[in-house]
Design a protein around this ligand. Structure first.
Ligand code: ADP
Ligand code: MG
Length: 558
């Protein structure tokens, strides 16, 4: 007898097939997740019921494509479904048996079960014209067959099935002009999809792979043979114990994941077991990704829910100033959500993002303190991003980031932090001095630095265009204001000098007027300087913008 889906279900099914999922290929992720949940359920029952034996060897998922019949079969040795469960779980869309199971069984570890939305199964209709489910529940003698062609309904009848578990058989769509469905019957394509989305499912996902080998006794004749392979790697690196892992393990993972062609500069392995549980492995790359400072670069971390990939690049997990960080986050507390929009409002996700942000910050601080050379390498690559972070959003993040800054120091001849600078300041020094220029060598020769240097004060060299902007946003560090050596008021002019300048201004009035005439718009004033030692002239500025900043602003497109 044919039964209709409930009315809402019909609509939902339509929506499902046509719009909810952006990538067709995820139907396989959904079906494999369901199989994994079904095996989990047997496992949990075995924990409390002595009659059930859970022998890991016998629990697996197998994916079987058959081009001839155009079917793709996903079988599992999980808990199976009774007739009633078939009706309830697959007859009403958005009905999640898995969620009910989690609620019923109060088993603490139940949080590993992935399903809870009750829609994943129907994604099969994105690639299949008919879906058949053959299933036998644990403890039942009868097997049932559920079949549906999509929105118009489904049938349930009894059938033959020896072992407990479920078989999902998809009759893959014929190709259309717009869509090619053949790929879902190709071994290599299927393997790639499994690797991508289901690599960390905890039970083996098997497939018969066609291989080639030299014919026995022959040097150039090949023959094909079939070998059953386990496709997924099962235990994710991030679930392993930090103590068991070597730097090499982390490096290999970085390369396997294609986070970069370089080596990671450092990695952060996080396991949080608090209100929101999550594991993460994060990397700071050694080199700037080739597209990092282009519009094409997309920040984000891979996001998993209990070992199942939800999103390649979840941008909500990283602030812009840490956009160079690569890695993965896995949380069993995240709903295996169906859309990006929903994720953006997820409280758990926000919590994780904040937590990760703090961990990255403290890792960088640790690097700065203990491995200065490495930190400088990092800063050379991504320091600008940190400075943009200080400048952007009206300085909202400046306090969190200011201690990550390092600048070249005129007296130390190396990179120093602001804290180190302030620590060294003599008591009579009012300001934190800086000089801007293209390179350290050029700044060394700037006439404007003379007076400050003569006083024995340290000068920070700003060679990055963003430096002054960042510092203007900071305003001060521990109450000490920043002051450009090119500024009109350095806070060290002596009265004697000032008087002398007054006199010289008066004496050279005509000369200065003539110079102003010639230079016209290019300058505002010509004055006798109070600060030069060995250089005859220098440019200074008045007001907020320094000459260097004006240059940057002038070079920007309107
Ligand atoms: P969800 O996984 O979010 O609960 P699905 O639409 O993916 O929603 O699946 C609906 C329900 O169907 C599941 O909760 C589960 O009870 C049942 N189910 C689906 N596939 C299987 C399977 N392979 N073995 C046993 N039960 C299954
Ligand atoms: Mg599911």
């Amino acid at each position: 007898m044919k039964k209709e889906f409930q009315a809402e279900s019909k609509k939902l099914l339509d929506m499902m097939i046509n719009s909810i999922y952006t990538h067709r290929e995820i139907f396989l992720r959904e079906l494999i997740s369901n199989s994994s949940d079904a095996i989990d359920k047997i496992y949990y029952q075995a924990l409390t019921d002595e009659k059930i034996k859970f022998d890991k060897e016998n629990f697996y998922i197998k994916v079987i494509p058959d081009k001839e019949s155009r079917t793709l079969k996903i079988t599992d040795t999980g808990i199976g479904m009774t007739e009633e469960e078939l009706e309830r779980n697959l007859g009403i869309i958005a009905q999640s048996g898995s969620l009910a199971f989690k609620k019923e069984t109060e088993i603490k570890d139940g949080h590993d079960i992935i399903g809870q939305f009750g829609v994943g199964f129907y994604s099969a209709f994105m690639v299949a014209e008919t879906v058949t489910v053959i299933t036998k529940a644990l403890g039942s003698d009868t097997a049932y067959k559920w079949a549906s062609k999509g929105a118009d309904g489904y049938t349930i009848e009894t059938c033959e099935k020896e072992a407990v578990g479920t078989e999902i058989i998809l009759k893959i769509n014929e190709n259309t002009e717009e869509e090619n469905y053949d790929e879902y019957l190709e071994e290599y394509r299927l393997r790639a999809i499994i690797k991508k989305y289901s690599d960390y499912i905890r039970y083996p996902i098997k497939m018969d792979m066609t291989q080639r080998r030299l014919k026995e006794g022959s040097k150039d004749e090949f023959e094909e043979y079939v070998e059953e392979q386990v496709i997924n790697s099962m235990i994710p690196l991030w679930r392993k114990n930090k103590g068991e892992l070597t730097d090499e393990d982390y490096e290999n993972f970085y390369n396997e994941k294609h986070y970069g062609f370089d080596k990671p500069l450092t990695h952060i392995h996080i396991s949080v077991d608090g209100t929101v549980r999550y594991n993460a492995i994060l990397y700071v790359p050694e080199n700037i990704p080739f597209d990092y400072y282009t519009k094409e670069y997309e920040k984000g971390l891979e996001l998993y829910s209990s070992g199942v990939l939800i999103m390649d690049k979840c941008s909500e997990l990283l602030p812009d100033y840490f956009s160079f960080v690569k890695g993965i986050v896995d949380s069993e507390d995240l709903s295996l959500n169906i859309s990006r929009e929903m994720l953006q409002h997820d409280r758990q996700l926000k919590f994780i993002a904040k937590n990760i942000n703090n961990k990255i910050k403290s890792e960088l601080q640790k690097l700065l303190k203990n491995e200065r050379e490495k930190y400088e390498k990092f800063f050379e690559s991504f320091g600008s991003q940190i400075k943009f972070g200080i400048y952007n959003n009206y300085g909202m993040h400046k306090d969190a980031l200011k201690d990550l800054l390092v600048f070249y120091s005129s007296t130390e001849k190396k990179m120093v932090t602001l804290a180190e600078y302030v620590e060294r300041m003599p008591e009579d020094q009012k300001y934190i001095y800086y000089a801007s220029g293209e390179t350290n060598e050029r700044i060394d020769k700037l006439p404007q630095t003379e007076m400050v240097a003569e006083k024995g004060y340290e000068i920070l060299y700003f060679t990055d265009k963003i430096d002054e902007f960042a510092v203007k946003m900071l305003m001060n560090y521990e109450g000490k204001e920043f002051r450009s050596v090119a500024s009109g008021d350095l806070g060290i002019e002596s009265e004697e000098n000032e008087d002398k300048a007054e006199v010289e201004n008066e004496e050279n009035k005509d000369l200065f007027a003539a110079m102003k005439d010639i230079l016209g718009e290019k300058i505002k004033d010509v004055r006798a300087s109070k600060r030069l030692k060995s250089h005859p002239v220098c440019l200074t500025n008045e007001g907020d913008l320094t000459i260097e900043m004006e240059k940057v602003l002038n070079s920007m497109p309107d």
